[in-house]
Design a protein around this ligand. Structure first.
Ligand code: SF4
Length: 466
C-alpha cells in the first residue's frame, strides 16, 4: 500500500492509515521509532514552498513530520540529514490527523521545501555574571529572556554555544551528522577560569571537548568575551596560545569586549577600560601577525567594539580575511564599506535628497566614514542621528538593540527630509523593535518615509530611489 513517489509526478500519494509502519516490518534501528515514541517533540510544518517537493506531495502547514525511514524526527537536523538521500520513506500526520507514508524519490539537490515551526531551544547550563539576559530591563521582548545555548543553532546559524549542556545523545548527533563548523564560546582555555566565567562548576574542559570532536572531523570558530581582571592579560595570552596550538581545528578566534547594561550585575563585572582594551588589541595583533606569517591568514581578530573601546583605528578590510566573523561584530564596519563601494554603480541617484541615518553610539565615531562612501556613491545629503539606548541604558551602544521609541522620538518633528534609514537588526523577524513597538507603527507616525537597512545597498538600490 505504499506509494512510490518520483518527482515530478502529478499522481496523488496513497493515504495509509496508522499504524503504517507496522506494514513494513520492524522499525529501523535508530534513536526511536515514530510508532513507539509518544512524548517526542513535535516537528510541525510552518510553511511549504510553492513548486517544491513538499507541495507536490500535498504536505500542508500544520502537518506533523513523524519519521523518515522509520526513524522518529526530533528536530530540523533529523529532517535535513535523513531527507538528504534521493529516496526515503516520509511519515506525516496531516492537520486533520490522518497518517500518510510517502515513498519519495527525488532528483539530487531538489529541496524538500518545508519550513518548520521554530524549534524548542536548548537552555543554557551556565550563569555568567555578564549574561545578556540579566541585562534586560522589564518589558523587553520575551525571547530576549531565553538563555539559549544550542549546538544546533551554532551549526545552522553561527550562534555561539558553550557546549556545557550537551547530553550524550547530543554528542552522538554532532559526530553522526558531522556538525561542522561549530561556533564555540571558549572565553578561557584554563578550565578553572572558564568555570568561574560561566559560573558552572561542571563545565567540561573545553580543549579536551574540542579535541574529541575534532577527531571526528569537526572544526570550530571560537570567541573570547573579554572580562577585565578575569580572562584578559595573561589568561588571554594563554587562551590564544592554546587555541593556536590546536592547528587547523580552530578556524578563527575573535576577541570581543564584554557588553553590559545598566541592569547587568555591575557589582560583579565591569567593562574594559581603554587601556585594558588597548592591551587586548596588542595581544590580538601579535598573535594575528604570527598567524599570518605561519598560516597566511590573521586567524584571530578583535571586534570593532574592542578597537572602539581601545580608541584605535580599525584594521583595513584585507586584515579580516573575508570577514569570517562579521556577524559577531568583527570587521562589520569594513565589510559595510566594502559592500557599498562594490555596489556603487547600482545605487540610486539621490542628488538633492536629504536623508537621516539613525544608529547607536557604538557606530557614532565610525559612521561618518561609512556615510562618506554612501554620499559619494548616491549624491544624497546624509545626516547621522546618534541615539542613546533609552531601554537598556547608555552603556548599550549597539544599533541593533535600540528601542522603537528612541527612533520615533528622534524622527518626530524633523521636517524636510526625504528618507530615514534605520538599522534592520533593530527589528525582529516579526517586525517589532526590542520594546515591542511594531515597525509599521513607527512608519505611520514618522514625518518622512522610513526604511530598514542592513548595508545601505539594500535600501538605496536604483529601483528604490526615495
Ligand atoms: S552562556 Fe552565559 S551569557 Fe550565554 S546564555 Fe548562558 S549564562 Fe547567559
Amino acid at each position: 500500500m505504499l506509494k512510490n513517489f518520483s518527482f515530478p509526478s502529478w499522481t496523488s500519494p496513497v493515504r495509509i492509515r496508522s499504524p503504517a509502519l507496522t506494514t513494513r516490518g520492524p522499525p529501523r534501528a535508530g534513536p526511536a521509532s515514530a510508532s513507539r515514541v509518544a512524548d517526542r517533540p513535535v516537528l510541525r510544518v510552518a510553511a511549504v514552498e510553492p513548486s517544491s517537493l513538499a507541495s507536490e506531495l500535498g504536505i500542508e502547514p500544520g502537518a506533523e513530520l513523524l519519521a523518515i525511514n522509520g526513524q522518529a524526527l526530533e528536530d530540523f537536523l533529523d529532517l535535513e540529514f535523513l531527507a538528504a538521500d534521493e529516496t526515503f520513506l516520509l511519515h506525516v500526520r496531516t492537520p486533520a490527523g490522518e497518517e500518510i507514508e510517502y515513498d519519495v524519490e527525488r532528483p539530487e539537490g531538489l529541496p524538500l521545501g518545508i519550513a518548520l515551526e521554530a524549534p524548542k531551544i536548548l537552555r543554557c547550563a551556565n550563569r555568567c555574571d555578564f549574561c545578556f539576559v540579566d541585562g534586560n530591563p522589564e518589558g523587553a521582548r520575551k525571547p530576549l529572556f531565553i538563555r539559549d545555548d544550542d549546538y544546533r543553532l551554532s551549526f545552522r546559524h553561527g550562534n555561539f554555544a558553550t557546549l556545557t549542556n550537551l547530553r550524550p545523545k547530543d554528542v552522538d548527533r554532532i559526530i553522526e551528522y558531522r556538525l561542522s563548523p561549530l561556533y564555540v564560546s571558549v572565553h578561557a582555555t584554563d578550565p578553572e577560569v572558564r568555570r568561574r566565567l560561566l559560573r558552572n562548576r561542571k563545565a567540561p574542559a573545553v580543549l579536551e571537548q574540542m579535541a574529541m570532536f575534532a577527531a571526528h572531523g569537526i572544526r570550530f570558530h571560537t570567541q573570547i568575551v573579554l572580562v577585565p581582571g578575569v580572562n584578559d592579560g595573561a589568561v588571554l595570552e594563554r587562551s590564544l596560545g592554546d587555541l593556536f596550538a590546536m592547528g587547523e581545528i580552530v578556524l578563527t578566534a575573535a576577541v570581543v569586549p564584554v557588553a553590559l547594561t545598566s541592569y547587568s550585575k555591575l557589582d560583579l563585572v565591569r567593562v574594559l577600560t581603554p587601556a585594558e582594551a588597548a592591551a587586548a588589541v596588542d595581544t590580538v595583533e601579535r598573535w594575528s601577525a604570527r598567524a599570518r606569517e605561519e598560516r597566511g591568514m590573521g586567524w584571530v581578530y578583535g571586534s570593532d567594539e574592542l578597537y572602539l573601546e581601545a580608541g584605535r583605528p580599525l584594521p583595513p578590510a584585507e586584515a579580516y580575511d573575508g570577514f569570517p566573523q562579521a556577524e559577531n561584530g568583527v570587521g562589520a564596519v569594513r565589510q559595510l564599506q566594502q559592500r557599498i563601494a562594490e555596489a556603487r554603480e547600482g545605487l540610486a541617484d539621490l542628488r538633492g535628497r536629504r536623508a537621516l541615518v539613525c544608529t547607536g553610539r557604538g557606530m557614532a565615531r565610525l559612521m561618518p566614514q561609512v556615510l562618506e562612501t554612501v554620499a559619494s556613491a548616491t549624491g544624497a545629503r546624509l545626516e547621522c542621528v546618534v541615539l542613546e539606548n533609552t531601554f537598556f541604558g547608555p552603556s548599550v551602544t549597539t544599533a541593533g538593540l535600540l528601542p522603537g521609541a528612541a527612533f520615533l522620538e528622534a524622527l518626530r518633528g524633523r521636517d524636510g527630509y526625504d528618507l530615514a534609514l534605520l538599522p534592520a537588526e533593530a527589528v525582529s523577524d516579526a517586525g517589532v523593535f526590542i520594546d515591542d513597538l511594531p515597525f509599521a507603527d513607527l512608519q505611520a507616525a514618522a514625518p518622512m518615509p522610513v526604511r530598514l537597512s542592513y548595508d545601505f545597498v539594500d535600501a538605496l538600490g536604483a529601483g528604490r530611489a526615495a
